[in-house]
Design a binder for this molecule. Structure first.
Ligand SMILES: [Zn+2]
Length: 103
């Protein structure tokens, strides 16, 4: 007769959890990654600090034209002071800007 003896082909309970896999929260923040900083001028004797060397100057300037602090650039106190003097000199000659218009 009309017995409902159909096979349950959908069975097995194979539910796929399709989401919840990528929550994009893998980035570790402030994980105490210690990068050893060496004063570039001390390390490389050919790395001269000169106000005429705009490339060198700009490598120690932020994108806004500010001088990168010592704790970030890794310069020693002596060279950081020297750098400040040179950058200010370069600014005076308009080799390096006071502020950057953004590029
Ligand atoms: Zn140094």
């Amino acid at each position: 007769m009309a017995r409902n003896d159909y096979k349950n082909d959908m069975g097995e309970g194979d539910y796929r959890g399709d989401y919840g896999d990528k929550d994009g929260d893998d980035r570790k923040r402030g994980g105490g990654v210690y990068r050893k900083k060496i004063c570039r001028f001390c390390a490389d004797s050919e790395f001269h600090l000169d106000y005429k060397d705009v490339k060198v100057m700009q490598s120690f300037l932020s994108e806004h034209g500010k001088i990168v602090p010592r704790r970030i650039s890794g310069n020693c106190a002596f060279h950081q002071r020297e750098l400040t003097t040179q950058v200010k000199r370069a600014r005076n000659l308009a080799l390096v800007g006071y502020i950057s218009a953004g590029y």
